[in-house]
Design a protein. Sequence first.
Length: 229
Amino acid sequence: MAANKTTPEADEFWIFGYGSLIWKPPPHFDQRVPGWVTGYVRSQDHRGTPEAPGRVVTLIERSFWASLVDAHDSAPEKVWGTAYRIRADKVTEVKEYLDIREINGYTIHYTPFHPADGSPSLRTLVYIGTPENDQFTGPQDPQALAEHIYVSEGPSGLNRDYLLGLEKALDELSPESGDAHVTDLSDRVREIERNRREGNLVVEGFEHPVSHEFKKVNSVDEQEETEKA
């Protein structure tokens, strides 16, 4: 796939991926460009469905984030991710696919995307999690959130694999593309895993009888059903 021609055309259709789309691209794209958007904050406070309350990332408007009491009291101006250009003959099909997914608590915004190589900005579609939706959980204590992610599992696999995959994908985009909040959660999840393997922590659903407050829950099918980015 070409990734170096980023001169925008008026009729091009671009999608911004800030979560699993970074490493699991949408169908029918012919260009992939790393870069960032501004005016938003990446949040790990969005869940899948009431029946499967895992945690996946969404974007929220920076003005709304500023009104929250968050354990992470700062957020970078740039939200890194990847923009994908959809093939012209597949735009209608992909839009219909994305519109179906939009029912799960997201709204559509269009925002300028800034390619990392300094190419002209692109107009990209991005899915935003709205605080009015039931799936928006709001800020959570980072350790409690890490514990929740660690024990969550669903049709797409382990919720912690989603988190660690996001951390890796972000780190690979650019020397400055890492997300401190995502890395903090990932470090906490790795520490939980170390403690479990060393016998200092027992988690229900693993190989030992439960002796810890963790309870295994199902997470969202984040890549295929509810997570837009």
